[in-house]
Design a binder for this molecule. Structure first.
Ligand code: GCU
Length: 610
């Protein structure tokens, strides 16, 4: 990766202004002070705490006269104050608000969170940052009455430096405005098939770092090579010129790089013998970065992923992606999944299915998922919520999508498990759409040229016969793998239609089916033609898998979906009741018949690709 490419990558990662926050790599790997727990909150549907009666934002004024972000403990008693966090109920962070309080189950709007904390730096010369794993959707952050920044997007991390605002001898007041209102110009836009959980949905913590610290690094096998590790390291701070040691003890490899005026050091490490990461052998190496002022470590796996004709090659060997789609939800507890335990529960079920791959739909899931996938040997498809009918001509919408993609790649670029970046899901073909997605794909390749690019493309029936299904999407030219969703037998006919369907896919690229499925209420039984029964779903799985194996380029599949998921679009009484029932596992954790149909198919495919 030439210096220029790295400059571009980093310039994109470190925007100068603070509308979008910067993301520091592996803050979660450092000593940190957690702010998880109870946060007082105020529900503010009219955004009274943000706008004055003239609908002017209070925080636009350098000396604001109002606003719920002011530190109420600093306000003298005669000043008019119409809110009091101290007397307000609390929400648990991390966590969505919808599953914590019946009254907030359907709530879409603004909620203000306030957390008081004391923090004393270990070293007066150090700097302090606050890190958010994610908050849905539009977040304004204030410390001691001062604005730190605004973040847009519900599923990616952001952090702010608080060194100059932090009080060390008294309590700090951290106020966060979170607004999960859906917006036409948003990413995602108004219409989705998942619950719009709002709130501070992932970990929040404080990190103390030296004045100059290691803020970013990328380290992977060079594209197409098993003999060279390539990447960069970046310092943030005044002492930009430094020697940075990259140490991989198990490889008996210690490399020293010298950073330049921008604090960037190019990493090149020749490797003779390396234990490559794969589902069968999820080998992770300790990688230690250290310089005069800082040190940070990480567990990283090394593998190559590429395509050759219609094959997907992992470490140079053809592989079949035995997958399943997952939403970031814990069906048993209800609400957004966020913890290691949630990730463990979901990925244990994935392993029980004998999967070697997952599609994390339709937005970046929490970091615990991808780090655990690294450890468990599960390959990962990650995507940003460019879903259905986005406003393709809106420049802000594009920048929003690109920023979410930047933050995702920045966070997970060192995860061996992540093999595919996906740009979109089921987006209607138009020139504006295709150029929007083309620009995103080029952006992703400019940040990371070592992984595959894809998207759930459009499918249509031929005019001649409803049994001829054609995949010819103009965006297919820009992807490495042809993937699409198909619902023959559920939205399109009955399961026996699968027996007659021909797929016309005229691309010399691997084909992966990113969704298929049918709804079944766990425990509802009947004949294979009775919708909503486990028998109908299982029959559809058998016939679909048979249909797909006829596709010559067929190299992977992720049926929709591991568990039933909440959806505001699914309200059929006594069957759906607010749940998309296409899970192979019911909301109570009980497996449906189709779970075993898929597992049997994967056992056979595993043998076939051994
Ligand atoms: C779509 C979509 C999913 C949705 C699923 C369904 O293809 O991508 O988000 O939930 O189909 O209809 O169940």
């Amino acid at each position: 990766m030439r210096k220029v490419q790295i400059m571009i990558a980093i310039a994109i990662f470190f925007p100068l202004f603070r509308l979008h926050s910067q993301v520091t790599t592996n803050f979660s790997g450092r000593n940190s002070f957690s702010l998880n727990g109870k946060w007082n909150y105020i529900v503010d549907p009219y955004e009274t705490g943000y706008y004055d009666y003239r609908y002017k934002p209070y925080d636009a004024n350098p000396d604001p006269e109002g606003g719920f972000f002011l530190d109420q403990h600093q306000i003298n008693k005669s000043q008019l104050l119409e809110y009091d966090f101290d007397k307000c109920p609390a929400l648990i962070v991390p966590g969505d608000w919808n599953s914590q309080d019946e009254k907030l189950f359907y709530y879409e709007g603004t909620i203000w969170y306030r957390r008081l904390f004391s923090f004393k730096k270990a070293d007066p010369g150090h700097r302090v940052f606050i890190h958010f794993g994610a908050a849905n959707y539009e977040t304004d952050v204030y410390l001691n009455g001062k604005k730190l920044g605004k973040h847009i997007g519900g599923f990616t991390p952001f952090d702010y430096e608080i060194t100059l605002l932090l009080k060390e001898d008294s309590e700090n007041s951290l106020v966060v405005k979170v607004d999960n209102k859906r917006k036409r110009e948003g990413i995602p836009t108004l219409n989705t098939d998942w619950w719009n959980y709002g709130g501070i949905t992932r970990d929040v913590f404080i990190v103390e770092v030296p004045a100059t610290f290691i803020t970013d690094y990328s380290i992977q096998l060079k594209k197409g090579s098993k003999a060279e590790i390539a990447g960069y390291v970046k310092l943030n701070g005044v002492t930009k010129y430094q020697k940075v040691k990259v140490d991989i003890p198990e490889l008996k490899s210690t490399t020293e790089v010298t950073t330049d005026a921008d604090g960037i050091g190019i990493i090149r490490i020749p490797v003779k013998k390396i234990d490559l990461w794969s589902p069968e052998n999820p080998k992770l190496y300790n990688v230690n970065f250290s310089c005069e002022t800082d040190k940070v470590s990480e567990k990283i796996g090394f593998r190559t992923i590429e395509t050759r004709g219609t094959d997907i090659l992992l470490n140079g060997k053809p592989v079949f992606l035995r997958g399943i789609c997952i939403h970031e939800e814990n069906p048993m507890r209800g609400g957004r999944a966020y913890s290691k335990e949630d990730a463990q529960m979901l990925l244990n079920w994935v392993k029980e299915l004998n999967c070697n791959y997952v599609r994390l739909a339709h937005y970046p899931h929490n970091e615990n998922m991808v780090r655990l996938a690294d450890e468990m040997g599960i390959m990962v498809w990650e995507e940003i919520p460019v879903y259905w009918t986005i406003l393709w001509d809106n420049q802000n919408t594009y920048e929003n999508a690109q920023q979410q993609l930047t933050e995702l790649i920045s966070r997970d670029k060192n995860r061996a498990s992540v093999i595919i970046w996906s740009m979109a899901n089921e987006t209607p073909v138009s020139d504006a759409r295709t150029s929007f997605l083309k620009n995103l794909a080029e952006h992703a390749r400019s940040l990371d040229n070592t992984r595959l690019i894809s998207a759930a493309l459009e499918v249509h029936a031929s005019k001649e016969s409803p049994f001829d299904k054609i995949v010819e999407d103009p965006f297919a030219e820009y992807v490495d793998i042809i993937t699409f969703n198909e619902y023959v037998g559920w939205y399109d006919g009955l399961p026996n239609k699968c027996d007659k369907v021909n797929w016309l896919i005229n691309y010399n690229k691997p084909v992966m089916i990113s969704e298929f499925g049918a709804d079944a209420l766990q425990g509802l039984h009947g004949d294979t033609l009775t919708r909503w029964t486990e028998e109908y779903q299982a029959d559809l799985y058998r016939r679909t898998l048979k249909m797909l194996t006829k596709i010559s380029q067929f190299r992977g599949v992720t049926p929709w979906i591991l568990c039933d998921v909440r959806s505001p679009r699914r309200m059929l009484p006594n069957i759906q009741d607010g749940w998309n029932r296409k899970g192979l596992i019911g909301e109570n954790g009980t497996k449906k018949n189709a779970f075993y149909v898929l597992k049997k198919f994967y056992d056979e495919m595993e043998l076939k690709y051994k």
